[in-house]
Design a protein around this ligand. Structure first.
Ligand code: OFO
Length: 179
């Protein structure tokens, strides 16, 4: 059984995960607006992953005897000056989320909640990947700068990324199939 404090902290983090999904969807449409469909597709995949992070956390709350509570989702930023600036934002955002996950782990420890601590380890590991992948994309965007042909090459490369909702979370068809 989750303590009230743990329950609330998990609900708040689930809301931040949903915000992440919303932010990446906003970036996806920004990239569509500047005709960079590969970057747009990459962001859409990222938005799908964040939705899974949200559901996984809310499902855990429900299964652990808590109460999953939906909260208002903040409106994300709408526009960026360049692909590099957008990917810098992703990188900064993911580092901030890593801090939030570590703080959440701190709550599980202070509440002596071993089950939640084990559950959160998945997110700790996932953040290592999220930081690595956003760093790699930021480096590509930075290297391309304003060079149109290099940006187009990066756009083609990132457009290859595919995503399939994991078993149990098949709420949408494969996003790539919608393209
Ligand atoms: Fe949920 O990992 Fe990014 O924010």
């Amino acid at each position: 059984m989750l303590s009230e404090k743990m329950n609330e902290a998990l609900n708040v983090q689930a809301n931040r995960e949903l915000y992440s999904s919303y932010l990446y969807l906003s970036m996806s449409y920004y990239f569509e607006s500047i005709k960079m469909s590969g970057f747009a597709s990459w962001m859409r995949v990222q938005a799908g992953e964040e939705l899974v992070h949200t559901l996984k956390m809310l499902d855990y709350v429900a299964e652990a005897g808590g109460r999953a509570r939906m909260m208002a989702v903040e409106a994300p930023r709408f526009s960026w000056d360049s692909p590099e600036q957008a990917f810098q934002h992703v990188w900064d955002h993911e580092r901030m989320v890593t801090g939030l996950i570590h703080a959440l782990m701190g709550v599980a420890i202070s509440e002596k909640d071993g089950a939640t601590k084990n559950f959160l380890q998945w997110y700790v590991d996932e953040q290592v990947e999220e930081e690595e992948s956003s760093d790699a994309v930021l480096s590509k965007a930075r290297a391309a700068g304003n060079d149109v042909s290099r940006l187009q090459a990066a756009d083609r490369e990132l457009g290859q990324r595919r995503f399939k909702f994991p078993r149990g979370f098949e709420i949408f068809p494969n996003l790539a199939m919608l393209k």
